[in-house]
Write a protein that binds this ligand. Structure first.
Ligand code: TMO
Length: 317
């Protein structure tokens, strides 16, 4: 009897040891949101590869940046690895304050997203990058169908640019391109003809290594610019300012992710890329023409030590 009891205890004891991590962590795949620009997609793959090394399965959930918030708040997605301040801070901050999602920390990289032009445009619109210079020569940025107004090419992410144009009384109209990559088609076309163009761009990105260019300097960003109409040049309207110049780049997680995958959550908090690393991820695909997965694999293989340093003790498979 005693013998059987000891055996039984040993058995349960070892069973407990073996199964403890398994019962405390979900076995369901981790759901990673993929958005629609290159570095985000590659970094999502890299994050997935890290979690796979830790023994998790991964589902990728394609989503627009506007739809991702509901998915994170409801736990139908677990995380988004590149939340950019210039275009996403309003929703992000609101949901974090409400306790609906988790701020899983910042990358080392600082970011900027704003109106941008290739270098040759400066000679055609003297005074750039100052926004008042841009306002004065709006008409040179006209396109067919714009009634002589300047055209600003936007991707599917930005802040209310119409509101900024109105607040700063600029003679521009916004042309929203369906796909982010359409921006580069417009840039290439204008560049070949050395024609004036103003478009949305961001850094870190591959574009800076291919095209010399500059961001427009709007009135300096302030949170009050987006919350208090009386702030700034226009006393009646919000958005009379640019986006942050040294913006943050954060990771967002669902509340259930922290609870169900403690090891993966701690790892997510540690994941941090700097500017050259983010720029490189986009260049591998958009310049070197690698697939997202191949770019991620190459990066993972050449940064093994760094990746392993992000995984807490006891969390490796
Ligand atoms: C969110 N983005 C990097 C496209 O500006």
């Amino acid at each position: 009897m005693a013998h059987r009891f000891i055996l039984f205890s040993l058995y349960t004891f070892s069973l407990t040891l073996i199964t403890l991590p398994a019962v405390s962590q979900s076995q369901e795949p981790i759901k990673i949101i993929t958005n629609n620009w290159t570095s985000q997609i590659v970094l999502s793959q890299i994050t997935g590869d890290i979690f796979k090394r830790m023994g998790f399965e991964i589902d990728y959930i394609p989503s627009s940046t506007s739809n991702q918030w509901g998915a994170l708040a409801h736990g139908t997605a677990d995380l988004q690895i590149e939340v950019w301040e210039g275009t996403m801070s309003e929703q992000f901050n609101r949901l974090v304050s409400a306790g609906s999602i988790i701020d899983a920390g910042s990358h080392q990289a600082t970011t900027r997203e704003d109106w941008w032009y290739p270098e040759y445009v400066e000679a055609l619109c003297p005074g750039l990058p100052n926004w008042q210079a841009l306002k004065a020569c709006a008409s040179i940025f006209n396109r067919p169908g714009s009634d002589g107004k300047g055209v600003y090419f936007a991707g599917p992410w930005e802040k209310p640019d119409e509101a900024r144009i109105r607040a700063l009384e600029m003679d521009f109209q916004v042309r929203i391109l369906e796909k982010g990559d359409d921006l580069w088609i417009e840039l290439k076309k204008a560049y070949a003809a050395q024609k004036p163009i103003i478009l949305f761009n961001w850094t870190p990105n591959w574009v800076e290594s291919r095209y010399a260019g500059t961001f427009v300097e709007f009135p300096k960003y302030s949170l009050a610019c987006e919350t208090d109409p009386s702030w700034g040049i226009n006393k009646n309207f919000l958005y009379d300012c640019g986006n942050p110049k040294e913006g943050w780049l954060k990771k967002a997680a669902a509340i259930s992710f922290k609870k169900n995958y403690p090891c993966a959550y701690e790892t997510l908090k540690n994941i941090s890329l700097d500017k050259p690393q983010i720029a490189l991820l986009s260049a591998l695909v958009d310049i070197d023409q690698m697939s997202y997965q191949a770019a991620a694999e190459q990066w993972v293989n050449s940064n093994s030590l760094l990746l392993e340093s992000w995984i807490p003790q006891g969390c490796m498979k």
